[in-house]
Design a protein around this ligand. Structure first.
Ligand code: DGL
Length: 247
């Protein structure tokens, strides 16, 4: 089985890591639109246009499924991608909400963090409310994206950024609604405490593939083909760091 994984840049490698850990696919074709990242500050029309261009690229590989690792794409372009693709297209928002449903109580305080595009779409909030979760705080936290890209995953700058965004917030769970944020898991646990549950798109999508789509894990290690619209060597360098880390 061949999966296409789309992201605005390098961040979607966190989802690839989960897919590889669970061995869902024989082959993974990853495309990061590194020339035009970030998508999280762009408007819907632009995100849809870029996503449909990425779809044209993926069509050359005849994938069995397209996974949009990018939350901003999942929030704004899923419908358009589905209308134009001849294979299933899966985003990360619905799987994240299903993971919340399975792991949280309805009264739990849930903090949803993501890019401006993802949070302003209201998609997480709408689906969570629909499932009966009422205690929601949603926050755009875009400063974390360049920090992660710089490899700054803990320490003073990360803590100051958390103080800036999270002052007075005490969540029971955090939905990591951006590809980059799983890399801050340790820092977030350090800030909020070990008891805070983190919902990671990569892990959520693996459960979704198995439980909702019936795709079985446990194949061999997939062949990973990495493509980028700019500096593919940087994508490969980040992949060799992130995919070998234990986060
Ligand atoms: N991949 C994006 C997301 O998950 C984060 C980076 C960006 O803004 O493009 O929303």
């Amino acid at each position: 089985m061949r999966a296409a994984v789309f992201d605005s840049g390098v961040g979607g490698l966190t989802v690839v890591k989960s897919l590889i850990d669970h061995n869902f696919f024989d082959e993974i074709i990853y495309f990061g639109d590194t020339a035009r990242v970030p998508y999280g500050i762009k408007d819907k029309n632009t995100i849809v246009r870029y996503s449909l261009e990425a779809l044209e690229f993926f069509k050359n590989f005849d994938p069995d499924i397209l996974i949009t690792a990018c939350n901003s794409v999942s929030a704004h372009a899923l419908k358009e991608l589905r209308e134009s693709a001849s294979f299933p297209v899966v985003g990360v928002i619905e799987p994240g909400v299903i993971a919340a449903q399975k792991r949280l109580e309805k009264g739990d305080r849930i903090l949803v963090i993501g890019t401006r595009a993802t949070i302003s779409s209201g998609q997480y909030q709408r689906l969570l409310r629909h499932q009966g979760f009422t205690n929601l705080i949603s926050l755009p936290t875009p400063l974390f994206v360049p920090l992660v890209e710089e490899g700054i995953l803990k320490g003073r700058i990360v803590e100051a950024t958390m103080d800036h965004y999270f002052n007075g917030i005490e969540p029971d769970a955090i939905i990591l609604g951006c590809t980059h944020f799983p890399l801050l898991s340790e820092a977030l646990k350090g800030y909020f405490g070990e008891q805070t549950l983190l919902i990671h798109s990569g892990e959520a999508i693996c459960d979704y593939l198995e439980q909702e789509l019936g795709i079985t894990p446990g194949r061999g290690t997939p062949e990973l083909k990495l493509f980028a619209s700019e500096s593919p060597e940087r994508l490969k360098e980040v992949a060799s760091r992130w995919l070998s880390s234990d986060r």
